[in-house]
Write a protein that binds this ligand. Sequence first.
Ligand code: ZN
Length: 411
Amino acid sequence: MKITEVQLAQVNDRIKALIASNSFYGKKLEQAGITEVKTADDFLKLPFSEKADLREAYPLGLMACPEEKIVRIHSSSGTTGTPVIIPYTQKDVDDWATMFARCYETAGITNKDRIQITPGYGLWTAGIGFQLGCEKLGAMAVPMGPGNTEKQLQMMQDLETTVICSTSSYALLLTEEIEKRGIKDKIRLKKGVIGSERWSAKMRERIAEGLGIELYDIYGLTEIYGPGIGINCEHNTGMHIWDDFLYLEIIDPNTGLPVPDGETGEIVITTLCKEGAPLIRYRTHDLSRIIPGECPCGRHYPRIDVIAGRTDDMMKIKGVNVFPKQIEEVLAKFPEISSEYQIRISHLDGKDTMRIYVETNGSVDFADLAKRIAEEVKSRIGFTPIVKVVEIGVLPRSMKKTARVIDERFN
Ligand code: ZN
């Protein structure tokens, strides 16, 4: 997706604001000798921004407008080290509400719906974003916040809520509780708007069938407004991204160069009209791909696929980007193997080699199974791995997170 003239003008405007305000990024751009972008090629020369920079700008270094225009801040959770603080002007809050209301509309939700919001309210952007969009749309918000399943289910029945907003994990928990209590006939839910953590198709089906509802994936991150910057439509062919507010690129995380539409890479986002904390080419570390072509719904907003994972998961083998998720999906087709597997990547005689260890019991032909798995993996990722079949219990077990990928090339 090439940047348009309109978007380029918007970026230029943001660059000027960053520099004029003497903000953290303004100084960085000046140091790099950048004062404006004129062409799409100029844009591609702009440096990326990273979460580490945002931490360095703590607490209010990102602010790119006079302080009296700031109406609130949000903060990312900061599980490691210094948190990130994002200041918002009233226009930023309004724009976010507009995008979020558009998400609800795209999911077919109207001002007659009653929306039960279970993500948390507070410094982070989750609950409050769902609320903003709901009010902008004119629907009725039921601002529950997280937890207290008993009360959630009570309100869901008494208020006859029609939309549930939650994480996929919590949606699954609610599904199971509703089934356990036999109250499905008292529930009026029609749709679920689910925050885009990575979730399997199996889990999606379980929730959709269990609750008898349609599910929508919503995308966003605190650094870029929050949730609500994109959602899938009724055709479920990827998430439409609001490109009147954001410019989205997919890059190869190793080289930083754009990948062709349709190929998986890292999502990089530029805010086109944010005032409080504009971000230029922000690396999200989320992996997805542009879905080429037009959506059957007729909306012209570009689409990205559901989030495939994080860049930290990616392996580059024989010049091909491979994700553990792809191997996992292939292995899931073989009922005769256990859930445990191990991938070892090495570099021998000038060549990358991938070995996959899987477990099975003694009743199958190991050599034949290895051959079938290798063929299936090749058809998925394009090259043949060495598959080693071992007895169940041979691969390491862990009480915490099991290391499934071992890259021996850099040792
Ligand atoms: Zn669509």
